[in-house]
Design a protein around this ligand. Structure first.
Ligand code: M6R
Length: 603
């Protein structure tokens, strides 16, 4: 999974390639590189490990390049070391690749037999040598791209330059996204729209099995060897750059943005005592009235949001729901009963597992497909029949925060809309929604206390998170946040499950974090906590219930009282702050945790 960017131009493109690549860093930051051709047709390439900024000092050697391709890597095959950084070269040919070549081992041995020497451990390098081999036979790049892609199994978006073709980029894709930007006297390729927006809003989406020849003045698209014409779309995305606005990290900024986003979503979709009509798209109130089952599919944080939605919907309707992680859904037999809605949830809309699940769902007998997404013009939104855009603004930090609460808010709206025919509860639920905006401020006031508590996690290697009912997905999400940015192992359990095994892990060193809204389940959760305390575990309880602080091994984080319906949206916010402060204490790279990428574009 990686980001690719390229410019076909007659002007110097060195800085633009670097700046554009920066906008794709969310796709990976293990290493990066740029290849470009000089006016003299000489090929120059620079590479660096770590974040893209490490390329900066090497940029001078690209001074005269015009047309170029750039890459930011998230390592799949081959360690995150310099020799595995893209672009990969084969004499006068340079390529960048996003995806996974599943048959690279057999291709590699075939190419080795033909005398090709491999410099990297990647799957991608076979592409450069294959194109080279085919080009040597035909001296024609178009046919070389066709014969090369025919041999590749797996997924790919490829950008390629050949010094024999002045100022020309060749591009092809299958299963990995690629767009072509149409500029003035220069054209672009990119994994998403962001790097080209400062130059053009006009773009073409390259579809599976298509390839393109791009020069500064012309874009030609082919399917096999047939030239095809494709619609030029215009992006509506606002080019405003995300900035830290005084916060030390994007994660902190995004945790604080939740307040205004939820307020904005309330004013956009919620009336005095009802949800506005057809908020999921024209005619959707009628469509949703006719649903008997829902299949939710998502990954990571977005999956946790779907678990809350399943509980909400099943509580207030007779609709049955399943929630599957996308990486499993794709490989399972799925029984689709009549009147089943498929709902995919994704911040980025570019998560490969979720996209391929939606592609599978489109072939099954769902009555409709709905994508809940934050990024307009993403692959998921292009594929799904119905789309709900959360408009939470760009989420830069790898650890998802504001996307999660926006997803929960959207799913709460969905719950209310589809529960209409099951009773007269809409106005009461809407009242609860308005309470989010009243209560949310008090959560940020907990930050000072949370900062103090975070010290107690700094030297821990393991933690346990507990919840019951809709607090269980919150425990899962809180544990994920702690793991990904502080590198402390965290497991989440239904509180009632503790006694069935995990309790064996509890001793006086084990921190146990519990989310305990004062509801009908609280009594049971308290019994589970007593079991922890009896084994001298350290408990950290987020609750609005009055519970006696028996000893100094019990920390109570006093939560504001709230209706049970909105508790998941509110309880996650202090948990996000907790993981943020633990990560600060551990001095990790909060916004770009090791081994991860913002958008996982490989399966
Ligand atoms: O963009 P998506 O919502 O599809 O991403 C899904 C997961 O990769 C994502 O939520 C991931 O788990 C986050 N890093 C969690 O903070």
């Amino acid at each position: 999974m990686c980001g690719i960017f390229g410019i076909a131009s007659t002007k110097s493109t060195r800085n633009k390639l670097y700046q554009g690549l920066m906008k794709l860093e969310y796709r990976g930051y293990d290493s990066s590189g740029i290849s470009g051709t000089h006016i003299s047709s000489k090929l120059s390439t620079i590479k660096a490990t770590g974040p893209i900024k490490n390329l900066r000092t090497k940029l001078t050697s690209l001074t005269n390049i015009t047309t170029g391709i750039a890459h930011t890597r998230w390592a799949t095959h081959g360690e995150a070391i310099l020799k595995n950084a893209h672009p990969h070269l084969s004499e006068n040919i340079s390529i960048v690749h996003n995806g996974i070549i599943e048959n690279y081992i057999e291709l590699k041995s075939l190419l080795k037999k033909k005398g090709y020497l491999f410099k990297s451990d990647t799957d991608s390098e076979v592409i450069s040598h294959l194109i080279h081999m085919n080009y040597e036979k035909t001296k024609n790049m178009e046919s070389s791209i066709i014969s090369t892609t025919k041999k590749l199994k797996g997924s790919y978006a490829i950008g390629c330059i050949n010094t024999n073709y002045r100022n020309t980029i060749f591009a092809a894709c299958k299963g990995s996204p690629l767009i072509i930007g149409k500029g003035i006297n220069e054209n672009f390729i990119a994994s998403d729209i962001m790097p080209i927006l400062s130059d053009t809003k006009n773009y073409i989406t390259l579809d599976d099995d298509e390839f393109a020849k791009i020069t500064p003045s012309k874009i030609s698209i082919f399917n096999a060897n047939k030239a095809i014409s494709k619609k030029v779309k215009t992006s509506k995305i606002n080019t405003e750059q995300a900035s830290l606005s005084g916060h030390k990290h994007f994660m902190h900024k995004e945790i604080y943005e939740q307040k205004s986003i939820l307020k904005e979503m309330t004013s956009r979709y919620v009336g005095t005592n009802k949800i506005l009509s057809n908020i999921f798209g024209p005619g959707t109130d009628k469509i949703l009235e006719n649903i008997d089952h829902i299949h939710f599919v998502a990954c990571g944080t977005s999956y946790h949001a779907s678990l809350v939605a399943k509980d909400w919907i099943e509580e207030y309707t007779t609709i049955t729901c399943t929630a599957e992680v996308a990486s499993e859904y794709k490989y399972k037999k799925i029984n689709v009963l009549p009147k089943t809605l498929f709902v995919s949830i994704s911040q980025s809309g570019e998560t490969a597992d979720t996209i391929s699940s939606l592609k599978k769902a489109l072939k099954l007998k769902y009555s409709n497909t709905l994508a809940i997404c934050n990024v307009a013009e993403s692959t998921l939104t292009r594929l799904s029949k119905l789309v709900f855009l959360m408009n939470a603004g760009p989420e830069i930090s790898v650890a998802s925060t504001k996307a999660f609460t926006s997803q929960l808010f959207t799913l709460l709206l969905l719950t209310i809309v589809i529960s209409r025919k099951f009773g007269n509860i809409e106005s009461r639920m809407v009242k609860d929604i308005y309470k989010i905006n009243e209560i949310i401020d008090s959560l940020y006031k907990l930050e000072t206390d949370i900062k103090k508590i975070s010290t107690k996690f700094k030297n821990k290697e393991h933690t346990i998170f507990l919840g019951k009912g809709t607090s269980y997905p919150i425990a899962l999400e809180a544990a994920l946040k702690l793991k990904e940015i502080s590198y402390i192992h965290a497991s989440a359990y239904h509180s009632g499950e503790l006694k069935h095994g995990p309790l064996a892990l509890v001793d006086k060193k084990m921190p146990v974090v519990c989310f305990l809204p004062d509801n009908h389940l609280a009594r049971l959760v308290l019994s589970n906590l007593a079991e922890v305390e009896a084994r001298q575990g350290q408990t950290f309880i987020f609750t609005n219930k009055k519970i006696p602080k028996k000893n100094k091994k019990v920390e109570i984080i006093k939560m504001p009282g709230c209706p049970d319906l909105i508790a998941p949206i509110l309880y996650i916010i202090p948990a996000q702050l907790l993981s943020y402060h633990v990560a600060l204490k551990k001095k990790t790279d909060v916004d770009k945790p090791r081994n991860l990428a913002k958008s996982v574009t490989v399966e």
